[in-house]
Design a binder for this molecule. Structure first.
Ligand code: NAD
Length: 453
């Protein structure tokens, strides 16, 4: 079997490579000629653990190729996956469908035989219908109205940083189709998962499209919920990590996405929550809960900047603030909607001088942030710092030599927005240590219990 993947970004490149790993011949297309040239020369345009080896392996096996030419990619392809971006429209937050629609038109031009057009991009409810209409009109105008095709919604749930494992071992595969013929093609493509008993839920395209938004909005809500509980913990002396554990052990709730922090970011949650609120309004079913989540999360990031200012005695003017971690989460160089992009500018507006380090995202970060001293490691960031802020919980920040930090810092203030250190230990080491949801009334021990004297 052969497929084409249109859009060779995070999702297209990972999906295409993993389909090749399933034994399918895959040709990935991108209109960005530089990106395709870079990949053909052995480069990987994104940071994703394990992807370079898998891409090299599949190219060598002859199952994976890259091109800018869609007609070449679609030769003999039974399915064409659309994996282009659907960013929020700046004016209203609606998903911008320009790239998907453009891709649909180009696909129609190159169709010669029955093809399943699959939207892998995250798209609003009704997109499959729109794509079907675009393709039918295009085929009609090209004088080839008899070519049969189906449109399928197959949302992607991979997480950056764990994308390969997520694709090869997903919790489920969602397939939104209107014909058994298209469902059969999708089952064939996902056969290695299907025979492994990965649940494959076959639904209507509308249901499939909504599942993706509902899943992301639910996860974003969980994060926002625990962040607000963290605020309450700080006011009452409770410990948010223990609250999260206590509720997460309830099988109905689950322990994941209950880590309090600086608010969600990334290329999916912010845009998908916003898009869902717009979809709700368009269809006369406002999503009040998700609207609140969007507002609370935006405020959360501003509050975290204020937390840093407060930790510095209410004034950061002229102070050197060291930032550890810039990407929206560890194991990715993706800076889209990263909390650091909200927090750092607020600190700068208040007169702070920023020194920063991230293990892989600094090149990306430089495109978004100005007037930052880019450092080679955590210790260079700490040098002469009035405060250090951990924004992203990269593993290498979990075991910093705190004595070495303390020696070089001007003031031993550490604001840990990811709760990766133990408050007791940090206080014992002489740090003015501030974290999230653990500002206990009784700070003698992390349990909140008095130590036996
Ligand atoms: P991306 O910006 O990394 O990649 C999109 C690629 O599509 C770019 O390389 C662009 O040049 C290319 N492109 C655009 N129009 C094209 C066209 N007409 N022909 C060929 N190439 C074209 O985006 P991404 O992060 O991979 O996201 C893609 C979609 O998948 C989005 O809808 C996103 O919401 C969804 N998604 C993303 C993730 C994630 O973690 N990044 C996870 C699940 C779903």
């Amino acid at each position: 079997m052969r497929i084409a993947v249109v859009g060779t970004g995070y999702v297209g490149l990972v999906s295409g490579t993993c389909f090749a790993e399933f034994g399918i011949d895959v040709c990935c297309v991108d209109k960005d000629a530089d990106k395709i040239k870079y990949i053909k020369n052995g480069g990987i345009p994104i940071y994703e653990p394990g992807l370079d080896d898998l891409v090299a392996k599949q190219i060598k096996a002859g199952r994976l190729s890259f091109t800018t030419d869609l007609s070449e990619a679609m030769q003999g392809a039974i399915a064409v996956f659309i994996a282009v971006g659907t960013p929020p429209r700046p004016e209203d937050g609606h998903a911008d469908m320009t790239y998907v629609q453009e891709a649909a038109r180009e696909i129609a031009k190159n169709m010669n035989d029955y093809t399943v057009i699959v939207t892998k991009s995250t798209v609003p409810v009704g997109t499959a219908r729109t794509v079907r209409k675009i393709i039918a009109e295009e085929l009609e105008s090209l004088g080839k109205p008899d070519i049969e095709f189906d449109v399928c919604s197959n949302p992607e749930f991979l997480r950056e940083g764990a994308a390969i494992n997520d694709f090869l071992r997903p919790d489920r595969v969602i397939v939104g189709v209107e014909s058994e013929r298209a469902a059969a093609v999708m089952r064939d493509l996902y056969r290695p998962l299907y025979i492994n008993e990965t649940p494959m839920l076959v639904t209507s395209p509308e249901t499939s499209e909504l599942i993706k938004y509902a899943a992301n909005a639910f996860l974003a809500t969980k994060i926002t919920f625990i962040n607000e509980i963290a605020n309450l913990c700080e006011q009452t002396g409770a410990n948010v990590q223990q609250v999260a554990k206590g509720i997460g052990l309830d099988g109905r709730i689950g322990s994941k996405f209950l880590h309090a922090g600086p608010g969600y970011g990334g290329s999916c949650f912010p845009k998908d929550t916003l898009a869902l609120t717009q979809i709700g309004n368009t269809h006369g079913a406002p999503q009040h809960l998700v609207e609140t989540v969007v507002k609370v999360n935006a405020q959360r990031q501003r509050d975290m900047a204020q937390r840093v200012i407060d930790a510095c005695g209410g004034d950061v003017k002229g102070k050197r603030i060291g930032v550890l971690g810039l990407s929206f989460k560890p194991e990715t160089d993706d800076m889209r909607e990263a909390p650091s992009l909200q927090i750092i500018p607020i600190l700068q507006e208040n007169g702070a001088k920023i020194a920063a380090y991230d293990p892989v995202a600094m090149d990306e970060a430089k495109k978004h942030l100005d007037n930052v001293e880019w450092c080679k490691d955590s210790y260079a960031v700490a040098k002469d710092a009035d405060a250090l802020v951990i924004i992203t919980e990269w593993n290498e920040f979990r075991a910093l030599a705190t004595a070495r930090l303390a020696e070089t810092m001007k003031t031993k203030t550490l604001i840990d927005l990811r709760n990766i250190y133990n408050p007791d230990i940090m206080r014992e080491r002489g740090f003015h240590y501030i974290s999230v949801g653990r500002q206990t009334i009784n700070p003698d021990t992390e349990t909140g219990l008095k130590k036996a004297s």
